[in-house]
Design a protein. Sequence first.
Length: 424
Amino acid sequence: MHADDARRICDAVDAAFDAQLELTAELVRHPSLRTREGSAQDLLYAEMERRGLTMDRWELDAAQLSEHVGYGPSTVSYEGVTNVVGTYRPTEHTGRSLILNGHVDVVPEGPEEAWSRSPWDAPVIDGWLHGRGSGDMKAGLVANLFAFDAVRAAGLSPAAPIHFQSVVEEECTGNGSLSALMRGYTADAVVIPEPEEDMLVRANTGVIWFTVRVAGVPTHPREMSSGFNAIDAAHHVMGELRRVEERWNAERGSHRHFEDLDHPINFNLGTIRGGDWPSSVPAWCEIEVRAALYPGVTADQAWEELTGALESVTSDAQGHPVSAVATRTGFYAEGYVLEEGGEAEAVLARSHERVFGSELRSFTTPGYLDGRVFTLYGDIPTLVYGPVSEAIHGFDERVEVESVRRITKSIALFIADWCGTTQG
Protein backbone atom coordinates (compact mmCIF):
# COMPACT_ATOMS: atom_id res chain seq x y z
CA MET A 1 0.00 0.00 0.00
CA HIS A 2 1.25 3.47 -0.86
CA ALA A 3 2.22 5.50 2.20
CA ASP A 4 -0.02 8.41 1.15
CA ASP A 5 -3.05 6.11 0.98
CA ALA A 6 -2.29 4.71 4.42
CA ARG A 7 -1.93 8.21 5.85
CA ARG A 8 -5.24 9.38 4.36
CA ILE A 9 -7.02 6.31 5.71
CA CYS A 10 -5.66 6.82 9.22
CA ASP A 11 -6.50 10.53 9.09
CA ALA A 12 -10.06 9.60 8.08
CA VAL A 13 -10.38 7.35 11.14
CA ASP A 14 -9.30 10.26 13.34
CA ALA A 15 -11.73 12.65 11.65
CA ALA A 16 -14.72 10.40 12.30
CA PHE A 17 -13.64 8.99 15.66
CA ASP A 18 -15.97 11.11 17.80
CA ALA A 19 -18.90 9.85 15.74
CA GLN A 20 -17.58 6.30 16.09
CA LEU A 21 -17.53 6.60 19.88
CA GLU A 22 -21.02 8.09 19.88
CA LEU A 23 -22.40 5.15 17.89
CA THR A 24 -20.58 2.66 20.12
CA ALA A 25 -22.08 4.30 23.20
CA GLU A 26 -25.55 4.26 21.64
CA LEU A 27 -25.16 0.56 20.88
CA VAL A 28 -24.07 -0.15 24.47
CA ARG A 29 -27.25 1.55 25.68
CA HIS A 30 -29.27 -1.20 23.96
CA PRO A 31 -29.32 -4.10 26.49
CA SER A 32 -28.84 -6.84 23.89
CA LEU A 33 -29.12 -9.80 26.23
CA ARG A 34 -29.95 -13.21 24.80
CA THR A 35 -33.24 -13.15 22.82
CA ARG A 36 -33.42 -9.37 23.39
CA GLU A 37 -30.98 -8.29 20.68
CA GLY A 38 -33.68 -6.85 18.41
CA SER A 39 -33.30 -3.11 19.06
CA ALA A 40 -29.51 -3.28 18.78
CA GLN A 41 -29.87 -5.15 15.49
CA ASP A 42 -32.33 -2.49 14.30
CA LEU A 43 -29.69 0.15 14.95
CA LEU A 44 -26.95 -1.75 13.14
CA TYR A 45 -29.27 -2.56 10.23
CA ALA A 46 -30.00 1.16 9.81
CA GLU A 47 -26.29 2.02 10.00
CA MET A 48 -25.38 -0.56 7.37
CA GLU A 49 -28.25 0.44 5.11
CA ARG A 50 -27.24 4.10 5.39
CA ARG A 51 -23.85 3.11 3.98
CA GLY A 52 -25.50 1.72 0.86
CA LEU A 53 -24.93 -1.93 1.70
CA THR A 54 -27.18 -4.69 0.40
CA MET A 55 -29.12 -5.82 3.45
CA ASP A 56 -30.09 -9.26 4.70
CA ARG A 57 -31.82 -10.09 7.99
CA TRP A 58 -33.13 -13.49 8.99
CA GLU A 59 -34.34 -15.46 11.97
CA LEU A 60 -32.23 -18.34 13.21
CA ASP A 61 -33.66 -21.79 12.49
CA ALA A 62 -32.82 -24.30 15.22
CA ALA A 63 -34.06 -27.28 13.21
CA GLN A 64 -31.83 -26.38 10.26
CA LEU A 65 -28.87 -25.59 12.49
CA SER A 66 -29.21 -28.90 14.33
CA GLU A 67 -28.22 -30.73 11.16
CA HIS A 68 -24.71 -29.23 11.35
CA VAL A 69 -21.92 -30.79 13.41
CA GLY A 70 -21.07 -27.38 14.87
CA TYR A 71 -24.55 -26.74 16.27
CA GLY A 72 -24.96 -25.90 19.94
CA PRO A 73 -28.26 -27.12 21.40
CA SER A 74 -30.46 -24.15 22.27
CA THR A 75 -32.75 -23.86 25.27
CA VAL A 76 -34.58 -20.75 24.01
CA SER A 77 -36.94 -19.99 21.15
CA TYR A 78 -35.35 -18.31 18.16
CA GLU A 79 -38.55 -16.50 17.26
CA GLY A 80 -37.51 -12.90 16.61
CA VAL A 81 -33.81 -13.72 17.12
CA THR A 82 -32.08 -12.43 13.99
CA ASN A 83 -28.71 -11.97 12.31
CA VAL A 84 -27.99 -8.84 10.28
CA VAL A 85 -25.61 -8.80 7.30
CA GLY A 86 -24.82 -5.88 5.04
CA THR A 87 -22.84 -6.56 1.86
CA TYR A 88 -20.65 -4.18 -0.11
CA ARG A 89 -20.09 -5.17 -3.72
CA PRO A 90 -17.56 -3.37 -5.92
CA THR A 91 -18.27 -2.35 -9.47
CA GLU A 92 -15.44 -4.65 -10.53
CA HIS A 93 -14.24 -7.55 -8.36
CA THR A 94 -10.46 -7.75 -8.61
CA GLY A 95 -9.36 -8.21 -4.99
CA ARG A 96 -9.85 -10.70 -2.15
CA SER A 97 -13.20 -10.85 -0.39
CA LEU A 98 -13.68 -10.32 3.34
CA ILE A 99 -16.08 -10.97 6.20
CA LEU A 100 -16.06 -8.46 9.05
CA ASN A 101 -17.87 -10.29 11.83
CA GLY A 102 -18.96 -9.38 15.34
CA HIS A 103 -21.53 -10.48 17.89
CA VAL A 104 -24.17 -8.15 19.28
CA ASP A 105 -25.31 -10.36 22.17
CA VAL A 106 -23.97 -9.67 25.65
CA VAL A 107 -23.82 -11.66 28.87
CA PRO A 108 -26.10 -10.80 31.83
CA GLU A 109 -25.05 -7.82 33.89
CA GLY A 110 -25.43 -9.45 37.31
CA PRO A 111 -26.48 -7.40 40.35
CA GLU A 112 -26.71 -3.84 39.05
CA GLU A 113 -25.89 -2.41 42.48
CA ALA A 114 -22.40 -3.93 42.17
CA TRP A 115 -21.64 -1.62 39.22
CA SER A 116 -20.25 1.87 39.71
CA ARG A 117 -23.01 3.13 37.41
CA SER A 118 -25.72 1.57 35.28
CA PRO A 119 -24.29 -1.19 33.06
CA TRP A 120 -26.33 0.31 30.23
CA ASP A 121 -24.79 3.78 30.49
CA ALA A 122 -21.76 4.35 28.30
CA PRO A 123 -19.66 7.23 29.61
CA VAL A 124 -16.05 7.79 28.66
CA ILE A 125 -14.06 8.15 31.89
CA ASP A 126 -10.29 8.55 32.02
CA GLY A 127 -9.88 7.17 28.51
CA TRP A 128 -12.20 4.18 28.89
CA LEU A 129 -15.68 3.65 27.41
CA HIS A 130 -17.80 1.85 30.00
CA GLY A 131 -20.86 -0.43 29.90
CA ARG A 132 -21.87 -4.03 29.40
CA GLY A 133 -20.73 -5.14 25.97
CA SER A 134 -18.50 -2.11 25.42
CA GLY A 135 -15.47 -4.35 25.00
CA ASP A 136 -17.17 -7.66 24.28
CA MET A 137 -17.72 -6.67 21.58
CA LYS A 138 -19.70 -3.61 20.53
CA ALA A 139 -16.60 -1.46 20.08
CA GLY A 140 -15.40 -4.02 17.55
CA LEU A 141 -18.72 -4.17 15.70
CA VAL A 142 -18.71 -0.41 15.23
CA ALA A 143 -14.99 -0.38 14.37
CA ASN A 144 -15.72 -2.65 11.41
CA LEU A 145 -18.11 -0.08 9.94
CA PHE A 146 -15.93 2.95 10.58
CA ALA A 147 -12.83 1.21 9.20
CA PHE A 148 -14.75 0.75 5.97
CA ASP A 149 -15.88 4.39 6.10
CA ALA A 150 -12.26 5.52 6.44
CA VAL A 151 -11.18 3.69 3.30
CA ARG A 152 -13.92 5.37 1.31
CA ALA A 153 -13.35 8.76 2.95
CA ALA A 154 -9.73 8.50 1.77
CA GLY A 155 -11.03 8.44 -1.80
CA LEU A 156 -10.65 4.67 -2.26
CA SER A 157 -13.12 1.90 -3.01
CA PRO A 158 -12.46 -1.70 -1.90
CA ALA A 159 -12.09 -3.96 -4.94
CA ALA A 160 -13.78 -7.05 -3.47
CA PRO A 161 -17.02 -7.92 -1.68
CA ILE A 162 -17.19 -7.29 2.06
CA HIS A 163 -19.86 -8.85 4.29
CA PHE A 164 -20.51 -6.96 7.54
CA GLN A 165 -22.02 -9.43 10.00
CA SER A 166 -23.75 -8.66 13.28
CA VAL A 167 -24.59 -12.05 14.75
CA VAL A 168 -26.30 -13.36 17.87
CA GLU A 169 -25.67 -16.36 20.13
CA GLU A 170 -21.87 -16.03 20.35
CA GLU A 171 -22.00 -16.04 24.13
CA CYS A 172 -23.94 -19.30 24.42
CA THR A 173 -23.97 -21.53 21.31
CA GLY A 174 -22.11 -19.99 18.37
CA ASN A 175 -25.22 -20.58 16.28
CA GLY A 176 -25.35 -17.03 14.94
CA SER A 177 -22.10 -17.22 12.99
CA LEU A 178 -22.88 -20.82 12.07
CA SER A 179 -26.22 -19.68 10.63
CA ALA A 180 -24.44 -17.00 8.56
CA LEU A 181 -22.04 -19.58 7.17
CA MET A 182 -24.88 -21.99 6.37
CA ARG A 183 -26.71 -19.15 4.61
CA GLY A 184 -23.82 -19.00 2.16
CA TYR A 185 -21.70 -16.14 3.45
CA THR A 186 -18.09 -17.02 2.71
CA ALA A 187 -15.00 -15.01 1.84
CA ASP A 188 -11.24 -15.23 1.43
CA ALA A 189 -10.66 -14.08 5.04
CA VAL A 190 -12.53 -13.15 8.21
CA VAL A 191 -11.70 -10.49 10.79
CA ILE A 192 -13.42 -10.56 14.20
CA PRO A 193 -12.41 -7.63 16.47
CA GLU A 194 -13.03 -9.31 19.82
CA PRO A 195 -11.31 -7.67 22.84
CA GLU A 196 -7.89 -9.29 22.50
CA GLU A 197 -5.46 -6.75 23.98
CA ASP A 198 -4.22 -5.46 20.58
CA MET A 199 -3.10 -8.99 19.70
CA LEU A 200 -4.03 -11.84 17.37
CA VAL A 201 -5.47 -15.08 18.72
CA ARG A 202 -3.34 -18.05 17.68
CA ALA A 203 -5.43 -20.77 19.30
CA ASN A 204 -8.40 -21.12 21.61
CA THR A 205 -10.34 -23.80 23.40
CA GLY A 206 -13.62 -25.37 22.48
CA VAL A 207 -16.50 -25.30 24.95
CA ILE A 208 -19.37 -27.55 26.00
CA TRP A 209 -22.30 -26.39 28.10
CA PHE A 210 -24.35 -28.96 29.98
CA THR A 211 -26.76 -29.39 32.86
CA VAL A 212 -26.39 -32.19 35.40
CA ARG A 213 -29.52 -33.20 37.32
CA VAL A 214 -28.94 -35.03 40.61
CA ALA A 215 -31.79 -36.87 42.34
CA GLY A 216 -32.23 -37.05 46.12
CA VAL A 217 -34.65 -38.50 48.66
CA PRO A 218 -36.77 -35.91 50.50
CA THR A 219 -37.53 -36.19 54.19
CA HIS A 220 -38.31 -33.90 57.12
CA PRO A 221 -35.12 -32.40 58.62
CA ARG A 222 -35.89 -34.09 61.96
CA GLU A 223 -35.02 -37.37 60.28
CA MET A 224 -32.51 -36.02 57.80
CA SER A 225 -30.22 -39.04 58.03
CA SER A 226 -32.89 -41.20 56.42
CA GLY A 227 -33.06 -38.90 53.40
CA PHE A 228 -30.56 -37.93 50.75
CA ASN A 229 -29.68 -34.29 50.02
CA ALA A 230 -29.42 -33.75 46.28
CA ILE A 231 -27.68 -30.38 46.67
CA ASP A 232 -24.92 -31.92 48.78
CA ALA A 233 -24.62 -34.70 46.21
CA ALA A 234 -24.34 -32.19 43.36
CA HIS A 235 -21.18 -30.79 44.93
CA HIS A 236 -19.81 -34.33 45.09
CA VAL A 237 -20.65 -34.81 41.40
CA MET A 238 -18.90 -31.55 40.53
CA GLY A 239 -15.88 -32.85 42.39
CA GLU A 240 -15.76 -35.83 40.05
CA LEU A 241 -15.89 -33.50 37.07
CA ARG A 242 -12.96 -31.61 38.59
CA ARG A 243 -10.98 -34.82 38.33
CA VAL A 244 -11.55 -34.75 34.56
CA GLU A 245 -10.54 -31.09 34.50
CA GLU A 246 -7.36 -31.90 36.39
CA ARG A 247 -6.52 -34.76 34.03
CA TRP A 248 -7.07 -32.68 30.92
CA ASN A 249 -4.88 -29.88 32.28
CA ALA A 250 -2.13 -32.42 32.97
CA GLU A 251 -2.22 -33.27 29.23
CA ARG A 252 -1.52 -29.70 28.08
CA GLY A 253 2.05 -30.59 27.08
CA SER A 254 0.73 -32.67 24.20
CA HIS A 255 -1.44 -29.86 22.82
CA ARG A 256 0.35 -27.32 20.65
CA HIS A 257 0.13 -23.68 21.82
CA PHE A 258 -1.20 -24.73 25.23
CA GLU A 259 2.01 -26.17 26.71
CA ASP A 260 2.98 -23.03 28.61
CA LEU A 261 -0.42 -22.10 30.02
CA ASP A 262 -0.78 -22.89 33.72
CA HIS A 263 -4.43 -23.94 33.56
CA PRO A 264 -5.85 -23.88 30.02
CA ILE A 265 -8.82 -26.15 30.73
CA ASN A 266 -11.40 -24.61 33.02
CA PHE A 267 -14.68 -26.13 34.18
CA ASN A 268 -17.04 -23.48 35.52
CA LEU A 269 -19.98 -24.30 37.79
CA GLY A 270 -22.09 -21.45 36.47
CA THR A 271 -25.49 -21.93 38.11
CA ILE A 272 -27.07 -24.16 40.73
CA ARG A 273 -30.76 -24.71 41.47
CA GLY A 274 -32.35 -27.21 43.79
CA GLY A 275 -34.84 -28.09 46.46
CA ASP A 276 -38.44 -27.12 47.00
CA TRP A 277 -38.71 -26.14 50.68
CA PRO A 278 -36.36 -24.99 53.46
CA SER A 279 -37.69 -27.67 55.80
CA SER A 280 -37.42 -30.55 53.34
CA VAL A 281 -34.27 -32.43 52.42
CA PRO A 282 -33.80 -31.47 48.72
CA ALA A 283 -35.14 -34.03 46.27
CA TRP A 284 -33.35 -32.57 43.26
CA CYS A 285 -30.52 -30.30 42.20
CA GLU A 286 -29.38 -29.03 38.81
CA ILE A 287 -25.98 -27.56 38.09
CA GLU A 288 -25.00 -25.88 34.83
CA VAL A 289 -21.39 -26.42 33.83
CA ARG A 290 -19.09 -24.97 31.19
CA ALA A 291 -16.21 -27.26 30.21
CA ALA A 292 -13.31 -26.36 27.93
CA LEU A 293 -11.56 -28.73 25.50
CA TYR A 294 -8.41 -28.56 23.39
CA PRO A 295 -8.35 -27.94 19.63
CA GLY A 296 -8.26 -31.25 17.84
CA VAL A 297 -10.47 -32.89 20.45
CA THR A 298 -13.98 -33.15 19.04
CA ALA A 299 -16.99 -32.23 21.11
CA ASP A 300 -18.18 -35.83 20.78
CA GLN A 301 -14.91 -37.15 22.22
CA ALA A 302 -15.01 -34.73 25.14
CA TRP A 303 -18.69 -35.42 25.79
CA GLU A 304 -18.08 -39.16 25.93
CA GLU A 305 -15.43 -38.67 28.58
CA LEU A 306 -17.55 -36.24 30.59
CA THR A 307 -20.62 -38.45 30.60
CA GLY A 308 -18.46 -41.48 31.36
CA ALA A 309 -17.17 -39.71 34.45
CA LEU A 310 -20.72 -38.93 35.55
CA GLU A 311 -21.87 -42.50 34.99
CA SER A 312 -19.05 -43.72 37.22
CA VAL A 313 -20.46 -41.71 40.14
CA THR A 314 -22.70 -44.26 41.83
CA SER A 315 -22.54 -43.00 45.42
CA ASP A 316 -21.47 -40.00 47.45
CA ALA A 317 -18.85 -39.86 50.21
CA GLN A 318 -21.38 -41.24 52.72
CA GLY A 319 -22.33 -44.14 50.50
CA HIS A 320 -25.70 -42.78 49.40
CA PRO A 321 -26.59 -43.87 45.84
CA VAL A 322 -26.22 -41.03 43.32
CA SER A 323 -28.00 -40.55 40.01
CA ALA A 324 -26.49 -37.80 37.84
CA VAL A 325 -27.88 -37.25 34.33
CA ALA A 326 -26.27 -34.74 31.94
CA THR A 327 -27.99 -32.82 29.13
CA ARG A 328 -26.29 -30.55 26.58
CA THR A 329 -27.62 -27.01 26.84
CA GLY A 330 -25.51 -24.74 24.64
CA PHE A 331 -21.99 -24.70 23.24
CA TYR A 332 -20.91 -27.97 21.67
CA ALA A 333 -17.84 -26.54 20.04
CA GLU A 334 -14.35 -27.64 19.13
CA GLY A 335 -11.43 -25.23 19.51
CA TYR A 336 -9.17 -24.21 16.66
CA VAL A 337 -5.65 -23.12 15.76
CA LEU A 338 -4.77 -20.35 13.31
CA GLU A 339 -1.80 -21.84 11.52
CA GLU A 340 1.15 -19.50 11.07
CA GLY A 341 2.35 -18.28 7.71
CA GLY A 342 -0.96 -17.36 6.10
CA GLU A 343 -1.25 -14.42 3.74
CA ALA A 344 -4.13 -12.86 5.70
CA GLU A 345 -2.01 -12.82 8.85
CA ALA A 346 0.88 -11.27 6.94
CA VAL A 347 -1.37 -8.47 5.68
CA LEU A 348 -2.69 -7.84 9.19
CA ALA A 349 0.85 -7.82 10.56
CA ARG A 350 1.81 -5.09 8.06
CA SER A 351 -1.28 -3.06 8.93
CA HIS A 352 -0.68 -3.45 12.66
CA GLU A 353 2.95 -2.38 12.39
CA ARG A 354 2.04 0.75 10.41
CA VAL A 355 -0.37 1.83 13.14
CA PHE A 356 1.26 0.57 16.33
CA GLY A 357 4.89 0.86 15.30
CA SER A 358 5.54 -2.61 16.69
CA GLU A 359 5.33 -6.23 15.66
CA LEU A 360 1.95 -7.99 15.80
CA ARG A 361 1.93 -10.44 18.69
CA SER A 362 -0.21 -13.54 18.99
CA PHE A 363 -1.37 -15.53 21.98
CA THR A 364 -3.48 -18.49 23.08
CA THR A 365 -6.75 -17.90 24.89
CA PRO A 366 -8.58 -20.52 26.99
CA GLY A 367 -12.00 -19.24 25.91
CA TYR A 368 -14.54 -19.68 23.11
CA LEU A 369 -14.47 -17.67 19.87
CA ASP A 370 -16.70 -17.75 16.79
CA GLY A 371 -13.53 -18.00 14.72
CA ARG A 372 -13.92 -21.77 15.04
CA VAL A 373 -17.01 -21.62 12.79
CA PHE A 374 -15.19 -20.11 9.83
CA THR A 375 -11.91 -21.95 10.39
CA LEU A 376 -13.28 -25.46 10.93
CA TYR A 377 -16.37 -25.44 8.74
CA GLY A 378 -15.61 -22.81 6.10
CA ASP A 379 -11.86 -23.37 5.73
CA ILE A 380 -11.43 -19.59 5.89
CA PRO A 381 -8.43 -17.95 7.62
CA THR A 382 -9.94 -16.10 10.57
CA LEU A 383 -8.16 -13.28 12.38
CA VAL A 384 -9.52 -12.60 15.86
CA TYR A 385 -7.86 -9.32 16.77
CA GLY A 386 -9.17 -6.42 18.79
CA PRO A 387 -8.82 -3.73 21.43
CA VAL A 388 -7.71 -3.63 25.05
CA SER A 389 -10.54 -4.11 27.54
CA GLU A 390 -11.12 -4.79 31.21
CA ALA A 391 -13.77 -6.70 33.17
CA ILE A 392 -15.54 -8.35 30.24
CA HIS A 393 -18.28 -10.56 31.73
CA GLY A 394 -17.62 -8.73 35.02
CA PHE A 395 -18.68 -5.53 36.78
CA ASP A 396 -17.74 -2.17 35.22
CA GLU A 397 -16.78 -3.60 31.83
CA ARG A 398 -14.83 -1.09 29.76
CA VAL A 399 -12.75 -0.71 26.61
CA GLU A 400 -9.75 1.55 26.11
CA VAL A 401 -10.62 4.38 23.75
CA GLU A 402 -7.21 4.88 22.14
CA SER A 403 -6.87 1.14 21.61
CA VAL A 404 -10.19 1.22 19.71
CA ARG A 405 -8.85 4.06 17.57
CA ARG A 406 -5.67 2.14 16.71
CA ILE A 407 -7.51 -1.11 16.02
CA THR A 408 -9.92 0.73 13.72
CA LYS A 409 -6.99 2.12 11.75
CA SER A 410 -5.39 -1.29 11.55
CA ILE A 411 -8.61 -2.90 10.27
CA ALA A 412 -9.05 -0.09 7.75
CA LEU A 413 -5.53 -0.62 6.39
CA PHE A 414 -6.19 -4.35 6.28
CA ILE A 415 -9.34 -3.79 4.22
CA ALA A 416 -7.47 -1.66 1.73
CA ASP A 417 -4.49 -4.04 1.46
CA TRP A 418 -6.43 -7.32 1.48
CA CYS A 419 -9.33 -6.32 -0.75
CA GLY A 420 -7.33 -4.02 -2.97
CA THR A 421 -8.68 -0.60 -3.92
CA THR A 422 -9.62 1.56 -6.84
CA GLN A 423 -9.80 5.34 -6.87
CA GLY A 424 -13.12 7.00 -6.08
